[in-house]
Structure formats: C-alpha cells, structure tokens
Design a protein around this ligand. Structure first.
Ligand code: SF4
Ligand code: SF4
Length: 334
C-alpha cells in the first residue's frame, strides 16, 4: 500500500483543493443541536473535527433517502421516460469513520451481487471515501467485536490517521491516489508504520466466531422478548444505520406525468410486512427486532458472506427505548 504524509496544517489546503477541482465534498458539520451530520460544504472552515460519530451515516451518498428512479411524461406524441443518472456529480465523502467506510463493502455486495443496481453503481463509481481513524470512542462503539478496528482500511479509498503534527495517509485505491494528486505538492512519501498508539481503545464485547455459530439456533430464544422490550417501531435504528438497505417504491403523479421513487424503509415498522390482504406475518416488535438482528448477524452472512453490522453504535445512541444491539446479541446467543 502506498503511504504518504501531510502536515496537519496543510489539511485545509488539501480539502479546499478538492472543492476547487469541482468535486462535491460531503463532510461532518456541527449543527445547532450539538450533533454532527454529513452535508455538502464549501470550505474546510465548515468542517467539524471533534466528533466520535456522525448522527447519520454517509450511506445516503450512494443510497439516498428518497431517490427518483425515473420520471415520465405522456402526450399525443407518446411517452418520454427520463432519469437523472447523468447529473450525479463526482463526490468525496470526507471524515467518515473506518466502520462506516467498511459498511460500503456490504452496501456494494447487497446492491451489486445478484442483480446489479444501476443507480447504486452510478453513485458508487463517482464517490471517493476519505476516512479518518478514530482517536476517541464511546461506550456504544464495538467495531472490534465485528472484526474491524478504529484504524481499519477496509472500504476506504484513503485513510487518514492523525499523528501529532502530521497525518499518516494510507492510499488504498486508485481513486484515493487520484484524490491526493489534486494537491500533490502538499504530500511527502512515507513508510508503513504502526498506528496503534494514535487509535482509540475499543474493547471487544463478544467473539464474532462464537456469535456466528450460536445465532444459528437463536431464533427461538426466549431472550428476544427482553431484547425488544420498549421498542415502538420508530425506525431510528435503521435510518441511522450505515448498512440497513430496506426500501420501498412509491409512484407519484397522474396518468400524464409522474415519477417513481425509491425510499428508505425499515423492518421495524409495523407496516413493513403487511400484505394487501391485511395479514401481517410479523405481528409484534419482538418479531421485528429479531428480524433486524438475525439479518445483521445470520441472514446476511448466509446470503452475502458478510456480517452486516459494523459496530458503529448509532442504533444504540439513537434508540429512544435504550435498546443495545450488542447486549441483545450477547443475550440471545448465550
Ligand atoms: S430505534 Fe429503538 S425503538 Fe426505534 S425501532 Fe429501533 S429498536 Fe425500536
Ligand atoms: S446495526 Fe447498529 S451498530 Fe450495527 S452498523 Fe447498524 S447502526 Fe451500527
């Protein structure tokens, strides 16, 4: 892997050069609420550098909350169908954490493995991920339990690790190298070295090998009731999650014009599995919570070979019922 270094004081110049080169740059921004969210910025002055994790993940860059798949117009000449794929800009996501970058591996498998999704492909091809290693963590973080760590390079195009007055740059992909080329004079060649002393300490809370085995027989565990206690199906866990991919298709318009939209959905919603007949095979929040956790740790492993939880902790921080996914996984697999 190619290594470079940059002085911390030159980071703003690198960042602003990417904007000058015409890219849309999405970065963490501190909001009035005191929380940090990703949004498009115009300069490094707007970027937050003091955060453990953003409120929402960056998945909306490749899988928007509401995405127009196509629109149509009908007149005497016929029907015209258009989409916006050609308008997707070159985009850089700056400052995502290694767990979130790793989530893009799962998203890629999910959207591309069997029936490649044109919309995801177009967005992913134009997206460069510049992740920043975690120097701090909180008690919701559990990346080390899902075989990642605060300095994982998996999924990133570039990983930055602050090391005192300089920043250690791991250039993981060709896209990452191209991003650095936009401001090549700011970088100096480096050598591989340990990042350990500069990374947050995240204690492992379970053994992934054991969970993978035990979850196979967890479906009938009596613990699911406790693991879902208080859940009222708000969907906050799924919307904040970097790997949740449920969506619904909505059509809007009249017989003369309209559009088809793809919108985030959540398996925690009561209507998610409701049939047109009125029958709902998942009748309560216990069954819905079990589905979400079994999907993360069992079904996605069986279907795609990947645990679809990266231990970012957002579902723990955002749950109004204070449910904790790793405590729940421990209880249903004990
Ligand atoms: S955030 Fe909590 S209360 Fe809301 S659906 Fe998820 S587990 Fe249930
Ligand atoms: S399930 Fe929770 S901890 Fe796991 S990736 Fe999703 S939000 Fe993060």
């Amino acid at each position: 892997m190619e290594i470079k270094n940059i002085k911390s004081t030159n980071i703003p110049a690198f960042f602003d050069q990417m904007i000058k080169s015409g890219k849309v740059v999405i970065a963490p921004v501190l909001k009035k609420s005191g929380k940090v969210f990703f949004e498009a910025v115009q300069s490094y002055d707007q970027v937050s550098t003091d955060y453990i994790q953003t409120g929402f993940s960056a998945k909306s860059v490749v899988f928007p909350k509401v995405e127009e798949l196509f629109s149509f117009k009908k007149d005497d000449e016929g029907i015209e169908i258009t989409n916006n794929l050609h308008t997707i800009p070159e985009t850089v996501v700056w400052g995502l954490r290694p767990c979130d970058a790793s989530a893009f591996n799962y998203l890629t498998e999910f959207f591309l493995k069997e029936n490649p999704d044109t919309y995801f492909t177009a967005r992913k091809e134009k997206t460069t991920l510049i992740a920043i290693s975690c120097a701090k963590a909180d008690n919701a973080c559990f990346c080390t339990s899902v075989e990642l760590n605060p300095g994982s390079t998996s999924g990133s195009d570039i990983l930055l690790t602050a090391m005192g007055e300089s920043v250690y740059i791991e250039l993981i992909t060709e896209k990452g190298k191209a991003a650095v080329e936009t401001a090549a004079s700011l970088f100096t060649p480096g050598e591989e070295k340990s990042k350990e002393e500069f990374l947050a300490k995240v204690t492992s809370v379970f053994s992934m090998d054991e969970v993978k085995v035990r979850i196979k027989t967890a479906y009938d565990s009596a613990e699911w009731k406790h693991a879902s206690m208080g859940c009222f199906g708000c969907g906050a866990c799924a919307f904040a999650c970097p790997t949740c991919t449920c969506f619904d298709i909505q059509d809007e318009g009249t017989q003369d014009s309209g559009k088809r939209l793809r919108c985030w959905d959540a398996c925690g919603f009561g209507l998610f599995t409701k049939h047109t007949s009125g029958h709902n095979p998942r009748t309560n929040q216990t069954e819905r919570r079990r589905q979400r956790l079994m999907h993360k740790f069992k079904y996605s492993v069986e279907n795609l070979g990947i645990v679809s939880c990266v231990g970012c902790g957002r579902c723990i921080r955002n749950c109004p019922a204070h449910l904790n996914i790793f405590e729940n996984i421990l209880s249903v697999t004990k």
